[in-house]
Design a protein around this ligand. Structure first.
Ligand code: HEM
Length: 251
């Protein structure tokens, strides 16, 4: 079944929920995610302050934006989260707002940890990927507005949103470059410590991207199969025309 058809079917299944209710539910979900991330960090590090809360903000952002992307694939292949498909946009937007908090805290509220401009200058590649990701997310947040969507047309709009995956990958590179050493240190430590939260984040984000690739392959295969079927049905009238021309008209 084509993706759009399956999507319309799923949306019909979901009970109508007011936009306000969706925002409240998503905000509550984001707070629960923040608390869980913070608890994990507290257990792992034995401490909690703004520096650690900032990691939890980044965690919520990666999880919510990832879930917003993953819902398409999850609903296409399985039906256990079908009723949640309507949350894609709000999840993405709330995740984006958390990333803005994370950026603000990193740049302006933790000068002892990340002094400006030396910290940024010392981390140019990771900052380039972070900035590119941020710019794409800003465009997506603007485009997700209903008026802009109508102006772009639904196909163009969906294509623009797909660029979001690129932003997600840029962000993976952003924190992958920053955190890679801590992953190696943890794996070489030989202790039974909890893994860094950023390692869990990169695995989660990797699964989101892989799910999208599998979804794309499935959609293309089905499209190709449908086109092949249509092509098999098509030749009939052509054969008819040929036979007509070859057969001399009956008198
Ligand atoms: C210009 C924009 C950005 C800046 C200046 C920035 C800054 C930082 C800094 C300083 C860290 C290291 C934190 C630490 O070691 O405790 C970090 C890590 C991280 N950032 Fe960003 N960031 C930016 C954009 C983003 C965006 C857009 C996202 C998500 C959508 C994001 C997600 C993350 C994640 C998941 C981590 C790993 C946190 C951890 O240690 O567990 N960042 N970022």
């Amino acid at each position: 079944m084509p993706f759009q058809e399956r999507f319309n079917q799923i949306v019909k299944k979901t009970k109508p929920v007011s936009p306000l209710r969706m925002w409240i539910n998503t905000l509550v979900f984001s707070v629960i995610t923040f608390v869980l991330g913070s608890l994990y960090l507290f257990v792992r590090r034995g401490d909690f302050d703004l520096y650690i809360a900032n990691k939890a903000f980044a965690f919520v952002s990666i999880i919510l934006i990832g879930l917003s992307f993953a819902l398409s694939g999850l609903c296409y292949f399985w039906d256990f989260v079908d009723t949640k498909i309507i949350y894609r946009k709000v999840l993405g937007l709330v995740g984006f707002y958390y990333s803005v908090i994370h950026i603000f805290v990193s740049l302006f509220l933790l000068p002892n940890k990340f002094p400006l401009p030396s910290w940024v200058l010392g981390h140019i590649p990771t900052m380039i990927f972070a900035t590119l990701g941020l710019i794409i997310f800003i465009v997506m947040a603007v485009v997700s507005n209903d008026d802009v969507m109508h102006e772009l047309g639904s196909k163009r709009w969906r294509q623009t949103l797909r660029v979001g995956y690129l932003a997600y990958i840029f962000v993976m590179i952003h924190f992958g470059l920053l955190k890679y050493n801590s992953w190696i240190a943890w794996s070489n430590s030989g202790k039974f410590d909890l893994p860094p939260l950023s390692l869990i984040e990169i695995i989660f984000a990797g699964i989101v991207v892989i799910l999208r690739i599998i979804l794309e392959i499935a959609i293309r295969r089905r499209r190709a199969a449908r086109q092949a079927e249509a092509a098999e049905v098509q030749p009939e009238p052509q054969t008819q025309v040929q036979t007509d021309t070859e057969t001399p008209p009956q008198e």
